[in-house]
Design a protein around this ligand. Sequence first.
Ligand code: BG6
Ligand code: MG
Length: 210
Amino acid sequence: MIKGIIFDLDGVIVSTDKYHYLAWKKLADREGIYFDEKINNRLRGVSRRESLNIILEKSNKIYREEEILAMLDFKNNIYRSSLINLTPQDILPGVVELLDYLDAKGIKKAIGSSSKNTMYILERIGLTAHFNVIIDGTMITKTKPNPEVFSKAQKQLELEPQECLVVEDAIAGIEAAHNANIKACAVGDAALKQVGDFNLKSILDVKEII
Ligand code: BG6
Ligand code: MG
């Protein structure tokens, strides 16, 4: 029986992915590095640092550590400026209805995100108080597909892995759920690629599974 749902944030609760893409694109253009939507799909779910490592696969230059840190800051500053415009209207369709449904059923809710901007984003869209547990990029040492973020959320929910479900849009996130022995509902990009245990057309389809 499912007693808790662990949601990824970016691309599941709120559509911040376009802002991540635009900020990385600015950095890649400045550095003269080829970057496109296909490469961007590989950044879904993975940490900021690991995302930069993936982007730098297309560069021949060897960057010093301080240059890497400066690039991470450059990207995050652009990304943070775009988040200023986020409002509750940016919550993805079906999310609020699903959260209300889970409340009515007494099912616990958690966030399991790689993003260090999680708390800021949840505040901006007004959803912080809706989650029993929030595990974000500041609380983990290993990025998805490592199971750390979801295992931590599952333990803090005080549930067993088989009592939880993960909702994810990233292939790395689906793998992380599986590595945590938790079944995964795929939405967005991951659903298109049919990598979930359940591949959903709408996040509201979670209601049919629990
Ligand atoms: C994930 C996004 O949620 O967070 C990734 O899918 C992003 O694209 C990662 O790289 C880290 O985000 P942040 O906000 O800490 O740079
Ligand atoms: Mg995501």
